[in-house]
Design a protein around this ligand. Structure first.
Ligand code: AMP
Ligand code: MG
Length: 394
């Protein structure tokens, strides 16, 4: 049997990055920058007002106070977006709004709250320091500054900065394109009545969501019966997928369609883990192929253990793994010796309880679990109160 760590390495070796490419800024959320962003402009681009108020010469209002009002004629009105820059004459004020360009010659902005808000003549009831409430050009970013670095995950704020600099595209590691193929003659899509012996398809829906959650893109999620021709046709719809993920059809029974179609191209192995023993990995016509077992819990746990970290690494992420923590087990547990067990669990503070039976069709429990308990190959019993390692799925 292959160890979990060996199979993780095999899968990681198969899933390779696409070449860096330019994507529109608005589509780059969660992607990883493949090139530093050096600002070509200054931010702010021009001196502007930080307040709604009046642009003045500071010395014109130096003597102003609550009991010593100073009156100035209002010569101009400068809303945000005004594109000509007026000149402020000494002894006058310009009414100005936040973000509007500072008139030439102004040395301070008096907030509207310190005035009577006059539009022809303004009464100022507070003095002003030179430079007060003025945002200077370049005080946030100067031209030539590296503002975002290669390897950085693009957050909403990073995209906002890129947009503020006037960029339309960013150079990133593209999302990998994944085809998710579900196999099983018993499968029916939700919305169609079931015949006896049929079940609703769930792995495709679940794995497509997991692929997107990992930051990759789903090309399509077709379903095929246990028939090699139908399966091959579903895979051919892959187009330019980087990775094909299949579920089902890889265990030891008859009608193992994935094995039948790909033996010789894909290496089918037993991995020493529970759930998820039957696995496969290889290349078919140059495309990376990972074959996951059909039981829903096995399929998703296998995705977590093998596929998610490899997908994220190939998209430039440094946080490829779920956070691991030690937690105190609230009950006694057993685990098969020689296999690494991944129990579904509920983590609450420092304490963890296993959630649901170990068998791999109990999707209901997985759906409300928030962690995986990882119990190593050499352990067959874990007593309540022991510290165990958990993968935090929150
Ligand atoms: P297999 O590995 O194909 O023998 O499938 C193992 C178990 O998982 C069987 O009970 C299947 O019906 C179930 N199964 C396989 N694929 C799916 C799927 N896409 N959705 C729901 N259950 C599935
Ligand atoms: Mg099957």
């Amino acid at each position: 049997m292959r160890s979990v760590d060996e199979h993780r390495q095999v899968v990681a070796g198969l899933i390779r990055p696409r070449s860096p490419a330019a994507v529109p800024v608005a589509d780059a959320l969660g992607l990883v920058l493949a090139r530093d962003v050096v600002s070509g402009v200054a931010l702010p681009a021009f001196d502007n007002s930080a307040m709604d108020g009046y642009a003045v010469l500071a010395e014109d209002v130096a003597a102003a106070g609550a009991d010593a009002p100073v009156q100035l004629p209002v010569a101009e009105d400068i809303p945000a977006g005004r594109t000509d820059i007026p000149v402020l004459a000494p002894g006058t004020a310009h009414r100005i709004m936040t973000g509007a360009p500072l008139p030439t010659g102004a040395t301070a902005v008096v907030p509207v709250e310190a005035t009577d808000a006059g539009t022809d003549v303004v009464t100022v009831r507070a003095g002003a320091r030179p430079g007060q409430h003025i945002r200077r050009a370049g005080e946030d970013v100067t031209a030539g500054t590296t503002v975002l670095r290669t390897g950085q995950v693009l957050t909403p704020a990073a995209l906002g900065l890129a947009a503020a600099l006037g960029l339309t595209e960013l150079q990133v590691w593209p999302r990998l394109r994944v085809l998710v193929v579900s196999t099983g003659t018993e499968l029916v899509s939700a919305g169609t009545p079931l015949q006896p012996g049929q079940i609703y398809e769930s792995n495709g829906v679940m794995l497509a969501a997991a692929v997107r959650d990992a930051g990759a893109e789903v090309v399509a999620a077709p379903m095929a019966g246990d028939d090699v021709d139908a399966f091959t046709a579903a895979v051919r719809g892959a187009g330019d997928a980087d990775v094909i993920l299949t579920t089902g059809g890889v265990s030891a029974g008859a009608y193992e369609v994935v094995k039948d179609a790909w033996t010789g191209q894909v290496e089918f192995v037993k991995v020493a883990m529970q759930p998820g023993m039957p696995q496969g990995a290889g290349r078919v016509d140059g495309t990376a192929v990972i074959t996951l077992p059909g039981n829903p819990v096995s399929a998703l746990v296998s995705f977590e253990v093998f596929v998610r970290p490899a997908l994220r690494a190939a998209m430039g992420r440094s946080d490829t793994e779920r956070p691991r923590r030690a937690a105190v087990l609230a009950e006694d547990l057993t685990s098969p010796r020689g296999k690494r067990q991944f129990r579904r669990g509920v983590l609450d503070g420092d304490s963890v309880t296993s959630y649901g039976p170990p068998a791999s069709h109990h999707l209901r429990w997985l759906a409300s679990a928030n962690c995986l308990l990882e119990i190593d190959e050499d352990t067959s019993e874990v007593a309540a109160g022991s510290r165990v390692q958990v993968w935090d799925l929150r």
